[in-house]
Design a protein. Structure first.
Ligand SMILES: Nc1ncnc2c1ncn2[C@@H]1O[C@H](COP(=O)(O)OP(=O)(O)OP(=O)(O)O)[C@@H](O)[C@H]1O
Length: 337
């Protein structure tokens, strides 16, 4: 649906030192498939707005290619099938939601009957039916943003481009916008959004791209990007040793053997009973984490536990958070630029 390849954009800028060139895009490549909710993330100045402006045909690239639905970005054929919600949509204060939609729809040369039918549908979709004749002056930022979504959908586009759709909204407003985006996803629309709020992107998007210094660093599903497991913190779940094993007081044995151990739910205080039947579904288990730095250290711990009668029920390396992925990619891009 969106195909961007080796896209470059240079701006001419003026400062007190005179004219200089700003490389806003340095060879960005990206593909978005039909039906996806795709999130573009990046720090300030990464080039996100520049990329969106090229996709919408507001500015031209310096080199590389960008197409929507197989048509060159900016061509009439591509623009007809795109709806856009800018970061700061302005609706004249004298409008109601309904009159604002009529105003925007007229620009798409829709007939009066079509405008009424489509307005009814969209006001229902964004949850503004019943408030549609009130002045937008009384609207909360969340309602305003939902009106913006309805405006962007008026000509029934296949692709919606949303610039910071939940920025500045309170949790209730964000939740309402998210619900509308979910409904749009269910109806088969493709959504391309740009956001600073990582948590929001995690909740909404099926795939994301992290952009920094004019390039796409990584793109994929969030669970693929954060799959990078690390040894720093290894979580174990063990069943207690059977009576007669060398670790008579298992928790104390663990504490003495691994001084840096962190028990899940705090250090167990009472002596923990030994297991009598390891295959019993309720065999007593303990969960803890250990700071380890390599596979051979993990192997040594597992060997030690088993030698002393513990039975291993689970072992998990820590998965980094999406925020950690983001920070890692951005700082890696800073080093290579
Ligand atoms: N019209 C322009 N003239 C000169 N430089 C520009 C122009 N527009 C953007 N830039 C520069 O290009 C780079 C990328 O800007 P862009 O606005 O695309 O980034 P962004 O990722 O959208 O940032 P933000 O999150 O702050 O909106 C920045 O260094 C910016 O200063």
């Amino acid at each position: 649906m969106i195909d961007v390849s080796d896209l470059k954009k240079k701006y001419s800028a003026w400062s007190f030192r005179g004219r200089h060139v700003v490389e806003a895009l340095r060879g960005a490549s990206l593909q978005v498939r039909a039906g996806e909710v795709f999130g573009l993330l990046g720090p300030n100045g990464a080039g996100k707005t520049t990329l969106i402006k090229i996709l919408l045909g507001v500015i031209r690239s310096s080199s590389g290619s960008a197409s929507l639905f197989g048509e060159p970005a900016g061509s009439i054929a591509a623009r007809m099938r795109v709806g856009y919600l800018p970061e700061s949509l302005r609706v004249d204060r004298h409008h109601s939601a309904r009159s604002a939609l009529r105003y925007y729809a007229r620009m798409s040369q829709m007939s009066g009957a079509e405008i009424n039918r489509r307005s009814d549908e969209l006001l229902e979709l964004v949850g503004l039916r019943g408030r549609d004749r009130e002045s937008v002056r009384q609207f909360s930022k969340g309602m305003y943003q939902r009106l913006g979504l309805a405006q962007a959908l008026m000509h029934d586009p296949d692709l919606l481009v949303l610039d910071e759709p939940t920025d500045g909204l309170d949790p209730v407003g964000r939740n309402e916008v998210r619900k509308v985006i979910d409904r749009l996803r269910e109806s088969g629309k493709t959504i391309f959004l740009n956001s600073h709020i990582l948590q929001e992107v995690e909740l909404i998007c099926s795939r994301v791209a992290i952009m920094s210094h004019g390039k796409i660093c990584v793109a994929g599903r969030i669970d693929e990007l954060t799959q990078f497991d690390r040894f720093e913190e290894v979580a174990f779940e063990v069943a207690m040793p059977a009576p007669g094993s060398s670790a008579q007081d298992p928790a104390q044995w663990l504490r003495q053997t691994f001084p840096a151990i962190q028990f899940a739910g705090g250090t167990p205080s009472d002596p923990i009973p030994s297991a009598t039947d390891l295959d019993a579904p309720h065999a007593m288990t303990l969960e803890f984490t250990l700071p380890l730095s390599s596979q051979s250290e993990v192997d040594d711990v597992v060997d030690g536990l088993r030698r002393n009668g513990f039975s291993l029920r689970g072992l998990k390396l820590k998965r980094e958070s999406f925020e950690e992925t983001f920070m890692r990619e951005v700082s890696r891009s800073k080093e290579t630029t």
